[in-house]
Ligand binder design. Structure first.
Ligand code: ATP
Length: 284
């Protein structure tokens, strides 16, 4: 299937410094992709390149269909009422779905006459999300939509995104620092580290393709057969490894599949490791 979003060898510079280098990824239609990485990894830069706010210095970005973007600072005008924000959206966006936006806000109990600056953080996030959805995008790009929200509001925003994905053909790319918020909602993972794509793929496949091994430290150097060590830790005489591949035949290792947070942390701790799809045409 043709991906909704594709970047090939994407490089973006801020003045002379490279913020992204050689980033290639493909996001299939209908997926909810988590974009994670440490501060300064290039997440916002990637999103800005995807929505056309930054021009690539190398490579290309292709986003198929209409793209809506919710920026990190949720650009709402504090002095506008919710209704005025909707009217502004209608005037500035062709194909605006004002009816869906109004009924969405009514269902959330957000009063149209209330000034945006007087709404709670969670309500402001919901208004910003509503404005993005009213553009009827095929690809929704959300830069830290959960930042500064309490756990309940974070849950509500994620649930709202999931409801939209279930209702129509929508693909989502969203960045977050809180991986646990993404576990139940995202089915695709992109890890950016130091401006490079370190991991990109279906979350179920990624978790199934990795193992957490625990065994005597003296085994740690010989575990490589059929696996590649992503991250290793030691506690006394025991070693814990997160490996790609498997299964591992030696019964002295106990093994289990990692959780999403464990997988992400292992890669972030080992910037030299990568789990990327094989380039087309490369077998084995
Ligand atoms: N306008 C800019 N001018 C110069 N450098 C910039 C600019 N914006 C970002 N950078 C640099 O580009 C790199 C990537 O920044 P970016 O904001 O994309 O990272 P991020 O992963 O979104 O970080 P965070 O998680 O902190 O939001 C960083 O080294 C940052 O300092």
């Amino acid at each position: 299937m043709t991906p909704v979003l594709e970047t090939t060898g994407l490089g973006v510079r801020h003045r002379r410094a490279w913020a992204l280098r050689d980033c290639s990824l493909a996001l299939p239609r209908g997926r909810v992709a988590a974009l994670v990485g440490p501060n300064g990894a290039g997440k916002t830069t990637l999103m800005h390149a995807v929505v056309g706010l930054l021009r690539p210095a190398t490579g290309s970005v292709t986003a198929r269909g209409r793209v809506a973007f919710m920026a990190q600072d949720k650009p709402l005008y504090d002095g506008f009422t919710v209704a005025e924000m909707l009217a502004f959206g209608r005037r500035t966006n062709p194909g605006w779905d004002g009816e869906a936006a109004a009924s969405r806000l009514a269902a959330l109990g957000i009063p149209p006459g209330r000034k945006v600056g007087r709404l709670s953080g969670g309500q402001q996030a919901q208004v910003a999300l509503t404005l993005a959805l009213a553009r009827r995008p095929g690809l929704l790009v959300l830069d830290e939509p959960l930042a500064n929200l309490d756990p309940l509001a974070r849950h509500d925003v994620m649930r709202a995104i999931m409801a939209e994905v279930a209702e129509r053909e929508l693909t989502v790319l969203l960045s977050s620092h809180v991986v646990s918020d993404l576990v139940d909602t995202c089915d695709w993972l992109v890890v950016l580290n130091g401006g490079r794509v370190q991991v990109s793929g279906d979350i179920e496949d990624l978790l199934a393709g990795h193992l957490v091994l625990n065994g005597p430290v003296e085994l740690a150097d010989g575990v490589a057969a059929g696996t590649r060590v992503v991250a290793a830790g030691r506690a006394g005489r025991r070693a814990t490894l997160l490996v790609r591949g498997g299964p591992v035949a030696d019964p002295r290792w106990t093994s289990r599949h990692p959780g999403l947070e464990e997988l992400v942390m292992a890669y972030l701790r080992s910037p030299e490791s990568a789990a990327l799809p094989r380039p087309a045409g490369v077998g084995g």
